[in-house]
Design a protein around this ligand. Sequence first.
Ligand SMILES: NC(=O)c1ccc[n+]([C@@H]2O[C@H](COP(=O)([O-])OP(=O)(O)OC[C@H]3O[C@@H](n4cnc5c(N)ncnc54)[C@H](O)[C@@H]3O)[C@@H](O)[C@H]2O)c1
Length: 305
Amino acid sequence: MSLDGKVAIVTGSGRGLGLAYAQELARQGASVVVNDVSADAAAEAVGAIEAEGGKAVAVVAPVGPTETAKRLVQTAVDTYGRLDILVTNAGVLRDTVLWKMSDDDFDTVIGVHLRGTFTCVREAATYMRANEIAGRIICIGSPTGQRGNFGQTNYAAAKAGIVGMVRTWAMELKKAGITANAVIPVAATAMTATVPYFAAAVEADAKGEAMPAFFRHDLGFGTSGDVAGLISYLASDSAASVTGQAIGIGGDRLQLWSHPEAVVTEYHEGGWSYDALEAEFPALIGEKQQSVGERFPALPEELQR
Ligand SMILES: NC(=O)c1ccc[n+]([C@@H]2O[C@H](COP(=O)([O-])OP(=O)(O)OC[C@H]3O[C@@H](n4cnc5c(N)ncnc54)[C@H](O)[C@@H]3O)[C@@H](O)[C@H]2O)c1
């Protein structure tokens, strides 16, 4: 198996995508530290992994504070002797439009996703560097972080920030042979089950039926299991040269996201004054303004609910 002898931490792995990642890493031979705020979900996840012959231990604690990050790394080392792989997946949503978003809505989402990713990766990378382990850091982003989304100021900030940190970590950790990548998943979970657009796919999944091809192919929307293979690939020795990337996956679709690049570069000798901009901006940039938000194709009539 590709991950024999390796040890992984997956945050927020009591259910949903995190659970699928933990199960897949265990199937590939890794011993897994499962983490969640729900003790029941974490215990069930450990049970499910052990039932398949895998090795897992639970840490029930909220990701965000440094103390939790330290506990996670310490548990990996105390229980299995080392740490090779960290997947920062734990997440919550507090969706509402900007003018209704409270400080608490903002701080909660930033605390779990952005701060939680920072504290866990800092702890794991420090351990890996000190022990000369060519580790794997896999952080979870979102299409919302890449493109923006109505009602998700807090989540867009956190997820865009995570990809920004990954670019930086790929540079900082290169010499140590540690890779850092972002995965941009889309899947049917508790987080997406209530989105009306996905209803027909979620309905099919709940009945144990295959999701319609429109979702799997055109939208790249499938099950949590569809995302898990990329996590184990990035965690493996085969992906040693893949770092600093944001890779999209869902259903039958795999995507490589670009990092922001300047799409227009123009010069004005002496600099760009207001008058120069007023005269030249519309012709140089006006038509080339970048679009925002995800572009969803129209839902075929038979899939409308
Ligand atoms: N489902 C999707 O289509 C989708 C799309 C883009 C990104 N994501 C991201 O994937 C990750 C997993 O999403 P999901 O859809 O499986 O969500 P989910 O709500 O089904 O699962 C999230 C898990 O994280 C746990 N959790 C929440 N706060 C925590 C904390 N502070 N510490 C530890 N665990 C905590 C929850 O208890 C839950 O078990 C999230 O980061 C999410 O933003 C999901």
